[in-house]
Design a protein around this ligand. Sequence first.
Ligand SMILES: Nc1ncnc2c1ncn2[C@@H]1O[C@H](COP(=O)(O)OP(=O)(O)OP(=O)(O)O)[C@@H](O)[C@H]1O
Ligand SMILES: [Mg+2]
Length: 432
Amino acid sequence: MDTRVRNVPPKASAMLEALRGLGYSTADTLADIVDNSISAGATEVHINFSWEGGERAFISILDNGHGMNDPELEAAMCLGEKNPLDERSDSDLGRFGIGLKTASFSQCRSLTVASRKPSCAVSCLRWDLDEIAARKDGVWALIEGPAPDSGSRLSVLDGVSSGTLVLWEKLDRIVTSGYVADDFLKMIDVVETRLAMIFHRLLEGLQPKLRLLINDIPVEPWDPFLTGHPAKSWNSPIARQRTSAGKVEVECHVLPHKDMLSPADHEAAAGPDGWNSQQGFYVYRNGRLLLAGGWLGLGYGRAWNREEAQKLARIRLDIPNSADADWKIDIRKATARVPVYLKPWLTKLAGGYPQQGQKGIRLSRRSSPRSGWSEGRAGVDSGAVQGRNALQGGSLSPGCRSGVRVSRPPVAACKGHAARRRGNRSGAANLA
Ligand SMILES: Nc1ncnc2c1ncn2[C@@H]1O[C@H](COP(=O)(O)OP(=O)(O)OP(=O)(O)O)[C@@H](O)[C@H]1O
Ligand SMILES: [Mg+2]
């Protein structure tokens, strides 16, 4: 006998309202949108915050990526068009096929996306939660074209050969009761600080892969590891593990003690959440930061906590997007869990930080001085020491001082560097 089935699609309005509660911060949502731009090959992304008296405040994200034609744009606006189980190219920062929508709806009630592929006309589609709620038929009504009076906001696409504009209007989750222009400016500061950290590896270097601008001012990268700083205490050789889900790479860093840094550099190097919070692992997926600090639940028996004594320890951990399932990457790209098979290796690396008189390193009474800085295979020879040790008789091996250049521009300021440029921003954000 045939199995009897019922088709029970969710009601559009109820479903979209429910998805709003995923708990994104504004900075994380913007990072999700910038991820899409990077995956589309964009080299420049402009985020524009416009206050417009509060009532008509909007945020737009414009990229110069390959853009979408009309059917592609329709697919992009659909929830569940892509299967999270599909293999993705190793430059793709997406996974779930819903980030554009869930990130946007966590901030606004109207999401317009306009896009152009080379030699094609601009296509524009819009979700408006109010219009969907007003319908009684529960239909997923995707509207063609921009909102009335918003056509001019799309004009930025006029002169470009390809690219995509994401426009957030009706910012009900940002411009709440009592919210004033100054709050809007403060939020821009927070966003700038977080994006400077999340995308720092793409923004760095003489020829950065990405230029990211907020209200026309370039975002400067914030490097948690003070790469090349003359006072940098130590960094390990790179340790690698090949797993069935791809290669994992780890590099431990000990940052300079306060005495070795200027007050400005010390404050900047602290990071958005301060020295103590920013200690531990920095997990990158395809070069984009997912997690900034914390010890990933690792430890000998009891999980390590963030402690004053380890505040100078920061560990770069790179994972590929082929390992998303193993690392249990969540929809917001804000959490990751260490797969069981990597725990012993990572614990040994983090626990085996150098133990001499350096300040701020993770000490492990139980870890051997041979700390496992090696290449190996998870579960096969994990922890076997094949390469150079980070420690040799309690002192640092010369090889561990790799990557230290003597001349270096001052540390990109983190806390407050956005604030210092607020004068410029307030003009650009139309705060009148
Ligand atoms: N700026 C853009 N340029 C070109 N294509 C885009 C852009 N933004 C989104 N897309 C297309 O829309 C699709 C859906 O985007 P969405 O962010 O919803 O999901 P995803 O990026 O595939 O996965 P995730 O949910 O993990 O972000 C993308 O896979 C991509 O094909
Ligand atoms: Mg995405």
